[in-house]
Design a protein around this ligand. Structure first.
Ligand SMILES: Cc1cc2nc3c(=O)[nH]c(=O)nc-3n(C[C@H](O)[C@H](O)[C@H](O)COP(=O)(O)O)c2cc1C
Length: 545
């Protein structure tokens, strides 16, 4: 077993044994941009798209809902999905308890908001679109510019054969010529989080994928990412150095090729060159445009470099569908009798409305109004139902994540720590009694009063079992799955009219000890807070999309 296990162990213990460089201070004045900058590329504005009222958050997030008849992507659908997930849709100006509050009114330090949450609000995921001949634009590689909500052409010519080949891991690859490719530009996160960075960005990938999965599912579209593929081939294609940007996921899209096509043209001065067809034979051509870095000084971190390398090794060793069977969540022994929860349901809010209305509570919880058992049960069902249906999982996915709930103020339930039994949709008591003091003592930041939340949900994964089952690249898989859980949680809480927020800044070991998780090998990976907020919190409405 490789370095990923050591890294996972260091992450788990970091509250007690600080990770190097322990005395690191970010250079905020020299921070990178929150997105890639490709000057000189031709930009194609993306069209407006509607979102039907029937495409509800309930249809997108809750397990067991009837799947819609399958349909295919079009340019307006792709545009809508990207805008609602990673496009800039508003400006954060509400009064909250974060330390950056004083900066928010200054235009140069504007915090533009997105439908998807992100660790530290750094948004390090790059989205590329490899468009083949059946697509609506000239075949090529495009970069999604979230500031402009536009596609920037990086290379002209059909290279989808190379993407298919990379995703095929020696086989034929997905039967499509449209792909979304997700990269992570490490420096965009590591300038702040240094060695911790890999842990955070692995979750960021999952937040984006889950936004897409919910958005798409509610409209009968499929998003099933591959996480094992010929990564060096894709790095060559994208013109990115693997030490600077990892390729974490490839998402094949079923495309409605009945749409109109832009004539191929000469690329309008774009220095990419046409590829030799879509067969994927030979070496891929390479994007020649380069992201222009804003930071004058880019640092590298030894621990980050080692875990990056470990999870990039053997990228084509795609696990067999049965490989993860032994890493699924298992019940905790010795819990109390199950206490049933009411059936999950949300209001009529659409996925689009929920994503656009989503935000972190950052200290605005107020326990005077308890959370109802139905609200809690709905948030638990949506979060526990998450799988990414990656290429390492059989159809329908594997249940890698389990949830615990520390109840502070929930109608009909005594305060205490519970295990969520997803099959029975019930809570099993683990540790009785109020946990407000425990929760606050084990949280690193000062921006939440955790006791004022209705409940704190804790997703856990049998992390060592995942790494044993599928190797070091499994770190990316469980990180992404946990990130996906957080995004489902945010979305469903918004649809329920609840405040919410997720956090990585907690002492994992204390939680594992409190719940007795050494018996199942589970690691607590996030804390997810939900509850009512103080009424009429000070805010300005500032939507830009
Ligand atoms: C993986 C992950 C980890 C996060 N960790 C924390 C945290 O430790 N503390 C916190 O207050 N917020 C945390 N957040 C919330 C982000 O800070 C927040 O999503 C981001 O700043 C954007 O703000 P918004 O959610 O209001 O749009 C986390 C979010 C994610 C996805």
């Amino acid at each position: 077993m490789g370095y990923a296990r050591d890294y996972a162990d260091a992450i788990k213990h970091r509250a007690r044994v600080p990770m190097e460089p322990a005395d690191f201070v970010p250079d905020w004045a020299d921070r990178p941009r929150k997105g890639k900058h490709y000057p000189g590329t031709e930009s194609f504005p993306l069209p407006e798209s509607d979102y039907p009222s029937g495409a509800t958050a309930e249809a997108g997030c809750l397990p067991g809902r009837q799947p819609l008849p399958e349909c295919s992507f079009t340019l307006p659908l792709l545009s809508g999905m990207l805008r609602d997930s990673y496009g800039l849709v508003g400006r954060r100006l509400g009064v909250q308890a974060n330390s950056d509050l004083a900066a928010l009114p200054h235009y140069t330090q504007t915090n533009w908001s997105r439908g998807t949450a992100s660790g530290g609000g750094l948004y390090p995921v790059s989205v590329y679109w490899a468009c083949g001949p059946s697509g609506p634009l000239a075949p090529g590689v495009y970069h999604y510019s979230n500031q402009q909500h536009a596609m920037q052409r990086l290379l002209t010519g059909d290279v989808t054969g190379h993407v298919r080949k990379a995703a095929g891991c020696g086989g034929t690859g997905p039967d499509t010529d449209q792909f979304l490719i997700l990269g992570v530009k490490y420096w965009q996160n590591s300038f702040k989080y240094n060695s911790f960075s890999f842990h955070v960005v692995s979750m960021d990938i999952g937040t984006v994928l889950q936004s897409w999965r919910m958005w798409a599912r509610a409209r009968g579209l499929r998003i099933e990412p591959a996480m094992w593929f010929d990564e060096p081939r894709l790095n060559r294609l994208l013109g990115t150095a693997e030490e600077e940007e990892g390729v974490f996921a490839v998402v094949p899209l079923t495309w409605d090729s009945g749409g109109s096509r832009e004539p191929a043209g000469d690329g309008g001065g774009v220095p990419g060159r046409p590829a030799a067809g879509g067969t994927g034979a030979g070496e891929p051509p390479s994007v020649r445009h380069r992201d222009v870095e804003l930071s004058r000084r880019v640092l590298s971190f030894g621990i980050l470099e080692r875990v990056r390398e470990a999870t990039a090794a053997d990228p084509e060793a795609r696990p067999a569908p049965a490989a993860l069977a032994g890493a699924e969540a298992v019940p905790l022994p010795g819990t109390g009798d199950p206490l049933p929860l009411p059936p999950p349901r949300t209001g009529p809010m659409t996925v689009r409305e929920a994503l656009r209305g989503r935000r972190s509570s950052f200290g605005r919880f107020d326990a005077r109004r308890p959370v109802s058992a139905e609200q809690l049960g709905t948030a638990l069902a949506a979060s526990a139902g998450v799988t990414l249906e990656t290429d390492a999982e059989p159809p329908g996915g594997r249940r890698l994540v389990k949830l615990y709930a520390f109840l502070n103020h929930v109608e009909g339930f005594e305060p205490g720590a519970y295990e969520y039994d997803a099959d029975a949709h019930a809570l099993r008591p683990v540790v009785p009694g109020p946990h407000g003091e425990f929760l606050q003592r084990n949280y690193f930041l000062a921006n939440y009063n955790l006791e004022q939340s209705g409940a704190v949900l804790v997703p856990t994964v049998r992390t060592e079992a995942v790494l044993d089952a599928v190797g070091d690249r499994g770190y990316r898989l469980y990180g992404a799955t946990t990130g996906a859980v957080s995004q489902a949680f945010y979305t469903v809480c918004t649809a329920l009219g609840l405040g919410c927020g997720v956090a990585l800044g907690f002492d994992n070991v204390s939680y594992a000890e409190r719940l007795g998780l050494e018996r199942t090998g589970e690691t607590p990976l996030l804390i997810m807070l939900l509850g009512h907020e103080r009424s009429r919190p000070a805010d300005f409405r500032h939507e830009i999309a």
